[in-house]
Design a protein around this ligand. Structure first.
Ligand code: MRU
Length: 365
């Protein structure tokens, strides 16, 4: 995607290959800054502090982080240490574990001096696959938007939650990819952007992306979606996913479940868009089995933003001393999900729906 006419990916190797460069998402939307990650420690810290975030991008950063770690120490101990450090950063998005498993399986049999080079090449392949998968998700999902536009004879209003755009992946995004493809094809589409407290990924990142691409959108408070759906203002919901079970339960940013309930109550189709790396084939019950990240209370008690004078300020917004909880994700049961938009096409949110899209998994099921 382009920023001021310049094409960018969220992560890319530094020319010369000494380090990996990422867009610092903690600085957006007010400052566009590139950060350099030269060690596995720096890569792990970037994931933990959400300099990079979004399930697919976390996976790709972990892959590059492992490569950086192997350059520091290619021994078996170095490999296990780097994997453990990266795996401990964030617990919910399965793409992280998926990328580490994929790389370490191919790295372990190699002699130590061949590992770093192999890991960088494999991390590059993981990144390229993510771009191709997200673009395919965009093409499949855009057909849903096109059909809705044709049925309505006018502009399609899509509600999305959090940021599942190109900033959450390497390029294109998951939930936003269909919107970009539809918009570029001239299909009239407008996006309701949930602000997504506590970290405001919708207000800060999704709105930034849609602005940069010229997609019509409106930022709304998290509590507004149900009201808009009751009044026919939303034609379609499309969200991303951090982990989708083999039965089609969708774990995504906290608040997604409430939007799915409102959509169900109002007959609004509710889709989750995700690449294969987000599917956890080992799980069958998302509510019972997916680990939900609990983040720092300070994300709830304080807000940081730009002042009218152009500086930055952090202010407290919660009554001092009140206990705070900050679960970062929730699970939307498959029964509330109209369909899953994947790189293979749109399927039912069910075990059979996923196996129809990924028939090679039938043997393991
Ligand atoms: O905590 P975050 O910002 O990493 O959460 C991101 C989300 O919940 C996204 O919706 C999800 O990762 C899908 S990304 C394509």
């Amino acid at each position: 995607m382009k920023i001021d006419g310049q094409p960018y990916r969220t992560i890319f190797p530094e020319p010369g290959g000494e380090a990996v460069l990422v867009i610092d998402q903690t600085r957006l939307p007010f400052a566009f800054e590139i950060r350099r990650l030269a060690t596995v420690e720096e890569a792990a810290e970037a994931i933990r502090t959400m300099v990079v975030r979004g399930a697919p991008l976390i996976g790709v950063t972990a892959a590059y982080g492992l490569a950086l770690g192997l350059r520091q120490d290619p021994s078996d101990t170095g490999l296990e240490r780097a994997v453990a450090m990266l795996a401990a950063t964030r617990p919910t998005a399965v793409n992280l574990r998926w990328a580490l498993d994929r790389l370490s399986a191919s790295l372990r049999p190699l002699p130590p001096d061949a590992r770093a080079g192999h890991a960088f090449a494999e991390a590059g392949r993981v990144a390229e696959e993510d771009v191709a998968n997200c673009q395919a998700i965009g093409e499949h999902g855009a057909q849903l938007i096109a059909r809705a536009a044709a049925a309505k004879g006018g502009r399609v209003n899509v509600l999305t939650h959090c940021n599942a755009g190109w900033l959450a992946t390497v390029d294109w995004g998951t939930a936003l990819a269909p919107i970009y493809v539809a918009h570029d094809a001239g299909i009239p589409v407008h996006v309701y952007v949930d602000e997504t407290r506590p970290r405001n990924q919708g207000a800060a990142l999704t709105a930034f992306e849609l602005n940069a691409h010229g997609v019509p959108h409106t930022v709304i408070a998290d509590n507004a979606g149900g009201h808009l759906m009751q009044h026919g203002a939303v034609d379609l919901c499309i969200v991303g996913s951090d982990r989708t079970t083999s039965t089609g339960d969708v774990c995504n940013k906290i608040g997604t479940y409430l939007k799915a309930l409102a959509a169900h109550d109002n007959g609004v189709p509710f889709y989750a868009a995700l690449p294969v790396s987000t599917i956890d084939w080992t799980l069958t019950d998302g509510v019972a089995q997916i680990p939900i990240e609990e983040r720092d209370a300070r994300e709830v008690t304080h807000l940081t933003g730009r002042t009218d004078e152009g500086g930055f300020a952090t202010v407290a917004v919660v009554s001092p001393g009140s206990p705070v909880a900050n679960p970062a994700f929730d699970v939307t049961p498959a029964r509330l999900v109209t369909g899953l938009i994947t790189e293979r096409g749109v399927g039912a949110a069910s075990a059979e729906g996923l196996l129809t899209l990924y028939p090679e998994r039938r043997a393991a099921a």
